[in-house]
Ligand binder design. Structure first.
Ligand SMILES: Nc1ncnc2c1ncn2[C@@H]1O[C@H](COP(=O)(O)OP(=O)(O)O)[C@@H](O)[C@H]1O
Ligand SMILES: [Mg+2]
Length: 504
């Protein structure tokens, strides 16, 4: 794309047209029947007791073999015995024989729970199940979760340290904790139960997921984002992905503490944001783009009018003068969609001083660049790319694909005129997240955009535990392109000091 790359051939060359992993728009369902009642738990009568929690994870024939020989370690989230599950299945089956689940769904959560409690206690005494009070309490909790809540997902949802939950069919549940993806021993009775829980999640936001509309995005009440893709599209059973909402967002100090960036690097980013450079944060999925964007908005002054546009509100700005906007997927009839582009364009009529776009993934790139270019400097956005250069070509291809009939040179000129700094976030193979580049967009030479790195993360190797060793280094530039800007805002001394201390 860019005929020539400014530095180091190591950058990945972006294929000219790489459509985003489609923004998984919920399928508008034609002639949709009303969503099924919330507690539509199929009486999964023919249950087999769930396999032992320690079942071998690697025996599922169809799954792709992991690249290395060592089987993934199973994280025991659920420490109950097989006996417990057998008892639970018995009680559960007896319960569904006794009560009418659709009636239960009419009750509020508290009364439904009371109802279940009474019946479960009765069943336990009739069947003469021997259990301690604590076990009984847990059983009740479990059954309530199954009937009224999110079943086996509940304990995972309750944990604050989990970033993502990935369910690949009933018997494989992965979680990401501290940057590492791990298989857990959490499992669903069968794909039917999993599908019911998916359905329960999405019906809360008035959506539906089934064979006729098998793809669906939703959000849990706590703000976590959910995607469901069901059979027949998902071959081995429903795939459910939950990006957990973190209430306590990481702050820049936390990133420094984790070694994602140095103190001096953080100071430079703070100046970049504060002196109104236009910033693009680039990175892969889960690399920490949104987190970093959230941190960088901390540098915005309190008296600026900020408008944020997001697909699902994640940013938590501390400033008093913020308007938060969120896109809307089409409803069941396929109407009423509001895209990111609609929001960004509307934003321009709202007298913004800063426009913050959660994730740029389509033609809104054009509007954002225009905004950056026409007096809304200090705007920020994230996009999905693996290097700063790739971020530039992604911007270009998003505009090209948006149907703007502009010559590529014009688009590049527009990018150069708009974007000042690209900050690259990455999730390294040991699970750590690092800011790997702070790169300036400087200008054009012929058809090529020229960039200059201010800071890089250099990998030295690995220690015994497999953690990647490396350090943030300055490239020795002490007068970046935005120097004049920094001077205008009286921050140039600080900028120089930070850059110089990075070099040391
Ligand atoms: N520097 C970091 N160090 C440790 N964890 C991080 C860091 N940045 C982000 N995270 C965590 O990684 C997860 C994904 O971050 P997020 O910003 O949502 O990624 P993205 O927007 O790139 O998909 C979140 O749980 C977040 O708390
Ligand atoms: Mg994000």
């Amino acid at each position: 794309m860019f005929g020539k790359r400014a530095s180091g051939g190591a950058d990945t060359v972006n294929p000219p047209v790489r459509p985003k992993p489609a923004a998984v728009a919920p399928q508008p369902a034609a002639a949709a029947p009303p969503p099924p009642p919330a507690a539509a738990e199929t009486p999964a009568v023919a249950q087999t007791p769930p396999p032992a929690p320690t079942a071998q994870p690697t025996v599922v024939g169809k799954a792709k073999a992991p690249p290395k020989a060592s089987p993934p370690r199973v994280l025991a989230v659920d420490d109950r015995s097989e006996d417990y599950f057998a008892v639970k299945t018995t009680v559960f089956n007896a319960l569904i024989d006794t009560i009418d689940l659709s009636q239960l769904a009419q009750l509020d959560a508290e009364s439904a729970r009371e109802e279940i409690r009474d019946i479960v206690n009765e069943i336990i005494s009739i069947k003469a199940v021997v259990m301690s009070i604590a076990e009984q309490e847990q059983l009740l909790q479990d059954i309530c979760n199954d009937v009224l809540g999110y079943g086996p997902l509940e304990p995972l949802l309750a944990r604050d340290d989990i970033a993502d939950i990935m369910v690949n069919g009933a018997s494989r549940v992965f979680i990401e904790v501290a940057g590492r993806v791990q298989l857990t021993n959490v499992r669903f009775r069968d794909n039917g139960q999993l599908m019911n829980i998916c359905q329960r999640i999405v019906s809360q936001v008035g959506r539906r997921v089934d064979e006729s509309s098998p793809i669906c995005d939703a959000r849990l009440p706590d703000g976590s984002r959910v995607n469901v893709i069901a059979p027949p599209l998902a071959i081995d059973g429903p795939a459910l992905t939950i990006r957990k909402f973190k209430k306590d967002k990481l702050k820049m100090d936390d990133l420094v503490r984790f070694g994602s960036i140095t103190k001096a690097g953080a100071a430079v980013l703070n100046i970049v944001g504060n002196v109104r450079c236009n910033v693009v944060i680039s990175g892969g999925t889960g690399s920490g783009k949104t987190t970093l964007l959230n941190c960088m908005t901390g540098s915005i002054a309190d008296d600026e009018r900020i408008i944020t546009c997001e697909d699902a509100a994640e940013l938590q700005l501390q400033q008093p003068h913020v308007v938060r906007l969120e896109t809307r997927p089409p409803n069941l009839e396929g109407h009423g969609q509001i895209t990111m582009r609609d929001l960004v364009r509307n934003c321009l009529r709202m007298r913004p001083e800063r426009i913050i776009v959660g994730e740029v993934r389509g033609p809104e790139a054009f509007d954002l660049l225009q905004a950056m270019n026409t007096g809304h400097d200090g705007s920020m956005g994230t996009l999905h790319a693996n290097s700063p250069r790739e971020a530039l070509s992604r911007l270009e291809s998003m505009i090209t694909m948006g149907g703007f009939a502009l010559p590529s040179k014009t688009i590049r000129e527009m990018i150069v005129a708009s974007v000042d700094v690209i900050v690259q976030a990455a999730r390294l193979r040991d699970g750590s997240r690092r800011i790997t580049h702070v790169t300036e967009v400087i200008g054009m030479e012929g058809d090529v955009i020229i960039t200059q790195d201010l800071m890089l993360f250099e990998i030295d190797g690995e220690d015994e535990t497999g953690r990647i060793r490396g350090k943030h280094v300055s490239t020795g530039i002490s007068r970046p392109n935005f120097w004049e800007r920094a001077r205008y805002y009286n921050r140039e001394r600080e900028l120089l000091e930070s850059l110089e201390s990075m070099a040391a």
